[in-house]
Structure formats: structure tokens, C-alpha cells
Write a protein that binds this ligand. Sequence first.
Ligand SMILES: *Cc1c(COP(=O)(O)O)cnc(C)c1O
Length: 238
Amino acid sequence: MPITAAITALQAEIQQTATASGRTADAVTLVAVSKTQPLEAIIAAYDAGLRHFGENRADELANKAAALSHLPDIHWHFIGRLQTRQSLAVAQYATSFHAVDRRKIAQRLAQQCAQLNRVLPIFLQVNISGEASKTGFICDNWENDKTQQNNLLAVIDEITALDNVQIFGLMTMAPANASNAAATAVFSRTRALAEWLTKARPSVNFSALSMGMSGDFMPAIEQGATHVRIGSKLFRQS
Ligand SMILES: *Cc1c(COP(=O)(O)O)cnc(C)c1O
């Protein structure tokens, strides 16, 4: 399938899923995960109307964003684990960072964004499933575990005190190959956590939810995803 057809088909599925859950398609930002894809593939997707792209390596982000900086209104989302020593590319080029998984990376980005005179929107990555292979703040029993709650609130208070990064939501991943029901549970618990945090910290914005990938974007949208991160379904369909 050419990329234009894949985009059209995916947008129709997003629209249907959003509508069926009482939401509108424009409440869901499609982040096309272009990691490992060549510039030509990104340009083809851009020409087909996409404006949001996701990368998970800082050097790759820097190279691609610099090479495509002539494209109006193109947005880069950094979605992977970020090493502190590679954070400058994200501070320079990313529209948002989806994977804040520790204080230190937020502090580092805030320093660099201060020098660049910008504010970087960030998602806190939360590990809801408890899988050891997943990064993110451990929230696998946040509903009952006061220590998990207090740890997360303490991080949020520290990050909120930083001037040049701004929390605007949570990011999560369901286990790979999870059943629809298991993925739904992870996404629903993430949304509930965002609602709980909004009550606990009313001055912080937790309205964005980055959740859902090629295999599970439908349950994610049903549970309130505002950003879906989709790679293989767009770029690697056979
Ligand atoms: C690669 C990646 C995606 C996209 O995964 P697909 O299954 O290819 O859609 C989404 N989120 C993160 C964090 C990724 O690393």
C-alpha cells in the first residue's frame, strides 16, 4: 500500500473510533512514528497531509529536523528514552517530549530550554502495567499504593517548579501483544490517574494522554488518547 493510502485508511479508522466513543477526530493527534524511516518517506507522509512525526533517537531527530526545517508547520515529537548527554537535540527541535521518566532529564531539558528561550511541553511516562522492561514512573498499583502516589506527586512538584518545561499530560504503553481487554485496562487506568492527579494538583495540566500504537490505538482512543503514536501501520505495511 502506498503511504497515501495507508494514511487515508488510518485516518478513517481513527475518525470512526473517535466518533463511536463520542469524541471528535480532531481531538486525536496522529503522531507518525518515523524512526528509522528515510527522509523521503517522511516527505511523502508530509505531502499526504501529516504534520506530526515521532522519533526516538536524539541524533536521528537532529538530522531529520535540520534536513526538513524548510517544511512549514512540521512538528517533531520525541517519544523514546532520552540520555541526558543527548538532550540538546530535543530542547532544540522537539515540539514535545513524551517520555519524561526521571527528574534529571526534566531538569536538564529545562536548563537547555532556558538558554534557547523556549518552553517545552512534556508528558510524564507512567508504567501502569508494571512490566519490568518498561520505563516510566512506576504506577502499577497507584490506586492503592500511597508510596507510588506520593513519589509521583513529589516528582510533579519538582518538575512544576521548573520554568522551561511544562507538563501537559501522561504517556503510557500497554504490554506488547496485550489483548484488547488488557490494553483497555492500561489505558483506562492511565486516564483515571490523570483525573486523580488533576484533583491532587489542580494547577497542573494533565489533559493530554499519549497512548496507543499500531496494535492498540483503537482501545487507546476509546479511553481518551489525545496523541496516538503510530509507526509500522503507516510505514511498514506489506
Ligand atoms: C516505535 C514506537 C511507537 C510506534 O510503534 P508501532 O507499533 O510501530 O506503531 C510508539 N511509541 C513508542 C514509544 C515507540 O518507540
